[in-house]
Write a protein that binds this ligand. Structure first.
Ligand code: ASP
Length: 319
């Protein structure tokens, strides 16, 4: 029997002091919830879904309740999930009121012939299968949105075309705190899931990496599992989650693969390249690395009494 392990993240980016402690507590609880399922012989798939669903319900995180707002002040959530045993995957995007986008992603995987559904019809499927609805808007996100919008109106934010310059100069302006989880169960199966509200002030219709299989989420028993966070466009351009898994397939440990992927981001992508990844290899080794100021993350395995959680993992910045 394989020894189970779970790794979760509550997002890269800059964790402001008002939320730091809550973030640490939140990822710890998410890791505990996922690990409990694993230690009771549950599947990695159920563990990552439950861990991510908890973080979606915890409004400190930018996913589900507490999602970031689009430029016109509404919410478009997205999520994905992948089963490393069968390579089945599900994803959903442009969601306005599903309480747990990760559970809808799992429904898409299990109840439809497709991998990725968006918008109205995705929410119809959620309704048909009895998923709860809620208004995900919170006061804190409205405050962040107003602050950033004000700066935009005053011309302090060159949102386009100098986005990368802007983020370089003011990384704290952008909220990009997706949540994710990767797990290994005692049958040796891996799974990964990621969920987000996306980046504050994103254009409506913009899809990030989080619901895209291979970019924000990937799991394959033959290589490993990964969930990414940070500026989604970078993870998309490098098919980052799959890249991390390919490194593990080539023999790197999860930590080596995570670090290698961040070095690759630094080497290949010019400008603002704020990214973080968590990973697990088939042996259950844990990996986490980032070039963003923070990565809020936690992990839990059978040798530990309680989860380890931190706002930093191995940070690799351009020198
Ligand atoms: N990757 C997400 C996106 O670009 C944001 C995040 O990770 O926080 O939508």
């Amino acid at each position: 029997m394989t020894k189970p392990v779970i790794v979760v993240h509550g997002g890269a980016g800059t964790w402001r002091p008002e939320r730091s402690q809550l973030g640490i507590e939140g990822v710890k609880i998410a890791a505990e919830i996922g690990f409990k399922i694993l230690s009771e012989n549950g599947t990695a798939l159920d563990a990552v879904e439950a861990a991510v669903a908890y973080m979606e319900d915890n409004e400190v995180f930018n996913a589900g309740k507490g999602s970031a707002l689009t430029i016109d002040g509404h919410i478009e959530m997205e999520a994905s999930i992948m089963d490393g045993k069968t390579l089945r995957a599900g994803a959903a995007g442009l969601l306005r009121e599903v309480r747990n986008p990760v559970s809808l992603a799992k429904l898409v995987m299990e109840k439809t012939d497709y991998v990725f559904l968006i918008g109205e019809w995705a929410e119809k499927i959620a309704e048909k299968y009895g998923l709860e609805k809620q208004n995900p808007v919170t006061e804190l996100r409205i405050k962040y949105w107003k602050e950033l919008k004000q700066k935009l109106l005053q011309g302090e934010v060159n949102y386009l075309p100098r986005l990368h310059q802007l983020i370089k100069e003011h990384p704290e302006l952008f909220t990009y705190e997706t949540v994710g989880a990767v797990a290994l169960d005692n049958k040796g199966n891996l799974a990964a899931a990621t969920s987000t509200g996306g980046m504050t002030l994103k254009l409506p219709g913009r899809i990030g990496d989080s619901p895209l299989i291979g970019c924000g989420t990937y799991a394959d028993n033959e290589s490993g599992a990964c969930s990414a966070t940070g500026i989604g466009e970078i993870a998309i351009r490098l098919a980052l989650a799959k890249t991390v898994c390919e490194y593990m397939k080539d023999g790197l440990t999860a930590q080596e693969a995570a670090e290698q992927s961040i070095r690759e981001v630094n080497r290949r992508i010019e400008g603002a390249n704020l990214i973080g990844v968590i990973a697990l290899d088939p042996q259950g080794n844990v990996g986490a690395a980032h070039n963003s100021p923070n990565l809020c993350w936690a992990y839990f395995n059978a040798e530990m009494e309680r989860p380890y959680a931190s706002l930093e993992a191995k940070r690799i910045i351009i020198t």
